[in-house]
Design a protein around this ligand. Structure first.
Ligand SMILES: [Zn+2]
Length: 400
């Protein structure tokens, strides 16, 4: 019995971003693992889209992990499955090099609604996650690396519920006053699990601050503002999409409460404060991860100019990046139709309050038909570089 126990695979989540619910040991090499999920302030809208754990076993052994407790609810519609038959998680032996599970290492069970992972371990210890993690410590390392870069400015605009800094970054390469140039404003990690978008921001920042000639031109012509880590508590704590009080940080923009959701309060104040003191936001984009790529914006509320802008943006992204969307930009529900208070997103709010051309970009974490594979860290990073180029080009062809 002791020998059997010593051989049994064990799981740990006691590290930054770690998350998993109950683990049932079915045999020394077969574990049944609940995905934790998260519910909102009303115990609704459960989303189970993040897991990140360490598995200790023995090199050479095949371990089977059944991920269960997957069903959730999205916008009050039950039955949502963020983890499904298309999900291909990642694993790493050093937390630097990550690999997707191959098709023959994954099996979807329709009856059980569970995802089986099969892995023959090369080393005794492996980390497994939904997508490649990008943690607050990764972001802090990037900031250390960029420390002293004359084109980067870093401001703390507020604190999260648990007291973490909420950062606003500015990339500007010219001494000309910032209100004399067009401003492109990006936002990421309103939802903690969406680590792919942080790899995009990481790629965009490294590029914009580099000596590349096109990057020099971009940072001279435009001011880039970024809110890179909008739910740091969730990112550190292995959260999904709600702050510690259960508030979805990309809803509630019509019901802002500084005490319950200080993150939204600080971001809203920073953006409106910026435009209300004589500055501009020529294009706003919030980045998200979901199952497939698409763009959303206040198309019907904004009329022809917004629709045209959204379509141009989608076309440029399709031409220059791995963005793949079979249909055009989606219309975010006109704010007047948002009957329930507390459902407004950042893009809807910015358009409604200050007529800022504001869009939301969803980037899929599953098979990408353009790349003909799942996106790797390099793909996310390349996307970041191409995204800022596309946004610059979009401004060039958009009349004032
Ligand atoms: Zn999101």
């Amino acid at each position: 019995m002791l020998a059997l126990l010593l051989l049994a695979a064990s799981i740990s989540t006691n590290f930054e971003g770690g998350s998993l619910d109950q683990v049932e040991v079915l045999s020394p090499t077969h574990l049944r693992c609940g995905v934790k999920g998260e519910v909102d302030q009303d115990q609704r809208n459960r989303q189970a889209s993040w897991f990140y754990f360490r598995l200790d076993s023995a090199a050479g052994r095949q371990v089977i992990i059944d991920l269960v407790n997957l069903p959730g609810e999205y916008d009050y519609r039950p039955g949502n499955l963020d983890i499904n038959e298309h999900t291909r998680p990642v694993y790493s032996y050093d937390r630097k090099n990550w690999k997707h599970f191959a098709d023959d290492e994954v099996e979807w069970n329709y009856q059980e609604v569970s995802l089986r992972l099969r892995l023959r371990l090369v080393r005794n210890r492996v980390w497994i996650a939904r997508i490649v993690p990008y943690l607050e410590s990764d972001f802090n390392s990037l900031m250390c690396e960029m420390h002293g870069n004359p084109y980067l400015r870093r401001e703390v605009i507020g604190k999260s519920l648990q007291g973490r800094d909420l950062l606003l970054l500015t990339v500007a390469g010219s001494r000309a006053p910032e209100n004399s140039r067009k401003v492109i404003w990006l936002m990421a990690r309103q939802h903690a699990w969406e680590a792919g978008t942080s790899w995009v921001i990481d790629g965009a920042l490294r590029y914009l601050l580099s000596p590349d000639l096109q990057a020099i031109r971009l940072r001279s012509a435009y001011v880039f503002k970024m809110l890179p880590m909008c739910d740091p508590d969730g990112v550190v704590g292995g959260g999904v999409r709600y702050n510690p009080h259960g508030y979805d940080l990309n809803r509630n923009w019509d019901a802002i409460d500084a005490r319950l959701m200080p993150e939204i309060f600080a971001e809203h104040r920073a953006m409106l404060g910026w435009v209300d003191t004589g500055n501009r936001i020529d294009f706003f984009l919030t980045l998200h991860n979901t199952n497939a790529d698409y763009i959303e914006g206040p198309l019907s509320e904004g009329g022809a100019p917004l629709r045209q802008l959204g379509e141009r943006f989608a076309r440029l992204l399709s031409d220059r990046t791995s963005f793949y969307s079979a249909s055009g930009p989606r219309d975010s529900l006109p704010a007047a139709l948002l009957i329930t208070k507390g459902r407004m997103t950042v893009d809807q709010s910015l358009f409604r309050e200050r007529k800022i051309p504001a869009f939301l970009l969803e980037l899929g974490v599953e098979y990408n038909p353009r790349l003909k594979r799942l996106r790797t860290v390099d793909d996310w990073s390349d996307f970041g570089r191409a995204l800022v180029e596309v946004l610059g080009e979009l401004q060039e062809i958009t009349d004032d």
